[in-house]
Write a protein that binds this ligand. Sequence first.
Ligand code: TYM
Length: 326
Amino acid sequence: MASKKILLSGVKPTGRPHVGNYFGAMKQFVELQNEFESYIFIADLHALTTVQNKEELEENTAGVLLDYMAIGLDPKNVTIYKQSDVPQVAELAWIFNCLTTVPYLERAHAYKDAIANKKEPNVGLFDYPILMAADILIQDTDVVPVGQDQKQHVEIARDTAQKFNNAFGETFKLPDVLILDQVATVPGTDGRKMSKSYGNTIPLFATDEEIEKAVMSIVTDSKLPDEPKDPEKDNVFALHKLFTEGPEFAELRDRYEAGKIGYKESKEILIKNIKKVITPMRERRQALEEDKQAVLEVLKSGGKTARERAEKKMEEVRKLVGLKLY
Ligand code: TYM
């Protein structure tokens, strides 16, 4: 049997994950864990670009680990690790830095946004895509499942692989991005992309009260219950696409178009269905939290596996570049 292709992706420990992270990326990690040889990590070095508080970073990192386990990643199938346990990634990023021009990175969206918003980005933010390229390329990744907002970063990883291969000889695979159309950009409660920085999220492990509050805050137009509505233009319906299934979903669409449902009722149905998805995951997370120490062992052992693979790759790279004299 041919060996499995390699899948790699990560989440930044910058706070509670939301349903956009879940549907856009994390759910694919779970669904593909048997089909691929999977490496799923916690991007703590990337988080340092915004989180500069020891307790917060430690807590968030342990939190993402619990999240991964609670959504159903099985450490028997998946190497789960934290980025900083693979210091070779930072070493490789430096080598890539020396092949990358400043104008090239100035075209990256996240940096351009920071400049457009008159923020003064740190060098870490500027170099973010190169660290990400190192994460991906050091493990010989074939496929990177992410949301739409990370597409450019995977393209930068491909470009970087090519630059290295041209300069030093065929070394890195060119990774493919995996983005599911329907969930490429999950909208938040205000219709914009769901994002912690917009304050429009539904947390993935939300309590019942948080779910109710978030859904009730979804922005709608002022159409009355008996007015026909275009479901494609409604922020509540956009979330039904993720949480409401089968005949109930078809019926909802019909009722929207026929002017037979008001936003309040639509929100109540959405709350019921979000609870159905979130409650079992939240309960699993609570159970895992009871034995945090055992869960942390997963990270230690995954770190060792990921580091050993990365070190092998780096030995090859050091030789090619001229850093290895003995
Ligand atoms: P992070 O933590 O910001 O996001 C984690 C994943 O969630 C996706 N996502 C969304 N998808 C759909 N709709 C949304 N509203 C939405 N919001 C977020 C993101 O696209 C992402 O897939 N840079 C990465 C972390 C990283 C990484 C890597 C990923 C570091 N190195 C190497 C893959 C490979 C990030 O943005 O994480």
